[in-house]
Ligand binder design. Structure first.
Ligand SMILES: [Zn+2]
Length: 205
């Protein structure tokens, strides 16, 4: 006699596809746009205005502004988890703008899970020479300085880091959030959807 086999589910592999969005505001102007260099001197403030784009109706634990975006929103339970991990991130309100197209888009009016805008609160200076960050342009009129944008090859000195687990780098402006190995481990252990990590650089003494 053969033992009866226990039924076991099978699953096929496919790409997990999640909804992404565009940021349509809210913008405020910190000062008049510069007539010389054209810099707008604007920043995004809460509420983050999210416009879902044709992508998917499935909302991940994280959602991003486009498939390669930097701005992220998270489900409220995820915000609580990240907060309890003591990651340097605050969570601000989100509002929704009617999508341009309905197809493969999160329905509007939005009645999905509560989402919050994750905004990293800490900024560190990189070792500019070691990271090959240069002044790309500077405006003598308004004082705006542009540096080489870096998403990899970043070198940060240990003394800059204190005990931070999540940070941005000053020369990139507000774009792109980084985590230390510890920050990455904490988030990975939580097995959250729609977040991935790429190697970005090193902390050295
Ligand atoms: Zn200027």
């Amino acid at each position: 006699m053969y033992e009866r086999a226990t039924a076991e589910g099978i699953a096929s592999l496919s790409t997990a596809r999640f909804a992404h969005f565009s940021v349509t505001g809210t913008w405020v102007y910190r000062r008049e746009p510069c007539k010389t260099c054209g810099y707008y001197w604007q920043e995004t403030v809460a509420p983050l205005l999210v416009q879902w784009e044709p992508s998917s109706e499935m909302i991940g634990d994280f959602s991003w502004d486009g498939p390669f975006g930097y701005v992220f929103v998270v489900k409220s339970g995820v915000a609580e988890m990240l907060h309890s991990m003591h990651l340097e991130c605050r969570f601000l309100p989100v509002d929704y703008v009617k999508p341009d197209r309905k197809r493969s888009t999160v329905p509007f009016p939005y009645d999905g899970p509560t989402l919050l805008w994750g905004q990293c609160t800490e900024t560190v200076n990189v070792d500019m020479k070691a990271s090959q960050v240069n002044v790309e342009s500077s405006c003598s009129e308004c004082g705006d300085v542009r540096y080489t944008f870096r998403d990899s090859g970043i070198i940060v000195r240990r003394k800059q880091m204190q005990q931070l687990k999540m940070f941005r780098i000053a020369t990139n402006g507000p774009a792109l959030t980084f985590v230390t190995e510890e920050g990455r481990r904490l988030i990975e252990n939580a097995a959250l959807s729609n977040i991935a990590f790429s190697e970005a650089g090193q902390i050295i003494e």
